[in-house]
Design a protein around this ligand. Structure first.
Ligand code: BTN
Length: 257
């Protein structure tokens, strides 16, 4: 998929159920290929694996569509590319001295200082002949106030708490422009260039850490080695190297996140 980046149309609403759902509805009802939709808050924000995604005011929630031509053979890489685009956008935001580097927890989270500050949900929509990938990004920007459930207190944080102070509109534009460039100019949904695989590994939160992988039925323990060109995570286990393509990993030595 190497071509020019689309000219994006940025729409913003105060509140919605889920920006991913809205973009999906647009896809079903016609065309939305260039729209980026953002919201101040979501009443039914959705995360990976059927979970909900807490979306109070003070966060940044947006979704964009990536129509697929059929020639892309590396669609799982889209989530990682989005993670890279968001991590670089965080790093390029106004920041305090000594703000920690944003790291990518395979496959879809961004961490600062060992705490989650962003989640990414990629969904595929089939409408008629067309297949469109919808990439949704939720970033914790400002303080949560008192709304944060106790069990999440030590597991999630916000950009502001960790020393980053982007303006939300600028941040969305920067992140989408970076992801568009990765998809349309660098062609990451086909052959991923070496420098991008290297950059992802440089920014990997789990590299070298003990991980537990849960595939829905069984748990496998190992050490995370590298993010691979096909989007999988390679881990060393007692039975040899193992390639994790889908599912959930946790890092038990980091409080189970
Ligand atoms: C996760 O952490 O599991 C992924 C969270 C993805 C949340 C974003 S917010 C914008 C878009 N709309 C949704 O309902 N979900 C995604």
């Amino acid at each position: 998929m190497k071509k020019n980046c689309p000219k994006r149309l940025f729409l913003h609403v105060e509140e919605t159920e889920s920006t991913n759902n809205d973009i999906k509805k647009m896809i079903y009802s016609g065309d939305c290929r260039a729209v980026v939709l953002s919201a101040d808050t979501q009443s039914n924000g959705r995360g990976r694996l059927g979970r909900s995604f807490l979306s109070p005011r003070g966060g940044v929630y947006f979704s964009a569509a990536y129509p697929l031509s059929g020639g892309e053979d590396n669609i799982p890489f889209l989530t990682l590319a989005a993670g890279l685009a968001v991590a670089e956008s965080i790093e390029n935001s106004p920041k305090a001295d000594g703000a920690p580097a944003p790291l990518i927890k395979w496959p879809n989270d961004i961490y600062l200082n060992g705490k989650k500050v962003c989640g990414i949900l990629t969904e595929l929509v089939r409408a008629g002949e067309k297949t469109v990938a919808v990439v949704g990004v939720g970033v914790n920007l400002k303080s949560f106030g008192e709304k944060l459930p106790k069990e999440l207190e030590n597991k999630i944080s916000t950009l502001n708490c960790e020393g980053y102070f982007p303006e939300s509109g600028d941040f969305i534009r920067l992140a989408v422009a970076r992801l568009d460039r990765l998809v349309y100019v660098r062609g990451v949904l086909g052959d991923v260039p070496d420098d991008i695989v290297e950059e992802l590994n440089r920014r990997s939160f789990v590299r070298g850490r003990e991980i537990v992988f849960f595939d829905g039925q069984n748990e496998t323990c190992g050490t995370a080695l590298s993010i691979e060109r096909d989007g999988s995570l390679r881990a060393a286990t007692e039975n040899g190297d193992f390639f994790i393509r889908f599912g959930e990993i946790t890092t038990p030595k980091n409080g189970g996140i």
